[in-house]
Ligand binder design. Structure first.
Ligand SMILES: [Zn+2]
Length: 231
């Protein structure tokens, strides 16, 4: 459900948190998270103070999304995997729907005709992601001193990753596998830090900084290139 304040459309979540935050989600929508007891007047005061910030970020979001790429399933089309672009080759005889071979993404041609080529890619990223991201989670969880019970790679709505601190679960979007390995590591560290700190507080960034002192560069890379990562 969306709300309106002047010309800002936003979704509102009240929860047992101490501070309020505003996010521009990956789909360009505005999310407002506030403490349960915050009054309507205080909420509007906050939105008024943050109006310029919201506008600036929405404009930035639009710029970034102008780079979103629509890919076609034809020979020679480029698809990202671990930060590199691989050209597509349609093949007739192949056991699996999609595989990387000789520096090409080989897609079984019948998938473009009557199958679902998007699904072939999603499944590929998910399978590879489960292995790679799982290992990186183990690596960083050990360094941070955390136990993670399960790692899932899945379709997540407008997020790179999500977590459940009570159950020690972390989920990653299959699109992470399009990013370079160092960026995947940043997404992993970021999400693991959320197991300690649910929101982006100073304590949260300190936790990230401890294991990844150059995280700012990676965060920025993701902000600039994230929108182009899609199939
Ligand atoms: Zn976060």
């Amino acid at each position: 459900m969306t709300h309106q304040y002047k010309d800002i459309t936003y979704s509102l979540t009240r929860s047992r948190r101490k501070t309020a935050s505003i996010y521009i989600e990956r789909d360009g929508s505005v999310s407002v998270l506030i403490p349960e007891e915050l009054s309507q007047a205080d909420l509007e005061l906050m939105l008024e103070r943050k109006r310029t910030w919201i506008y600036r970020n929405l404009v930035e979001w639009k710029d970034l999304n102008a780079t979103r790429i629509q890919r076609d399933y034809v020979n020679g089309e480029g698809f990202l995997y671990l930060g590199r672009t691989y050209r597509l080759r349609l093949v007739e005889d192949q056991g699996v729907p999609l595989k990387l071979k000789d520096g090409r993404f080989c897609l079984r041609a019948d998938f473009t005709r009557n199958g679902n080529p998007d699904k072939a890619f999603r499944d590929f990223y998910r399978d590879k992601g489960k292995e790679r991201i799982g290992k990186r989670v183990d690596h960083y969880a050990a360094r941070i001193g955390l136990t993670v019970k399960a790692v899932k790679v899945m379709e997540l709505k407008n997020r790179w990753a999500s977590c459940n601190p009570e159950q020690h679960l972390v989920n990653f979007h299959w699109k992470c596998m399009m990013a370079p390995p160092t960026i995947i590591d940043y997404i992993v560290v970021h999400e693991l830090a959320h197991l300690f700190h649910p929101s982006h507080t100073e304590a949260f960034w300190n936790e990230v900084d401890k294991v990844m002192p150059d995280y700012r560069e990676k965060k920025n890379w993701l902000r600039i290139h994230g929108a182009g990562m899609d199939v």
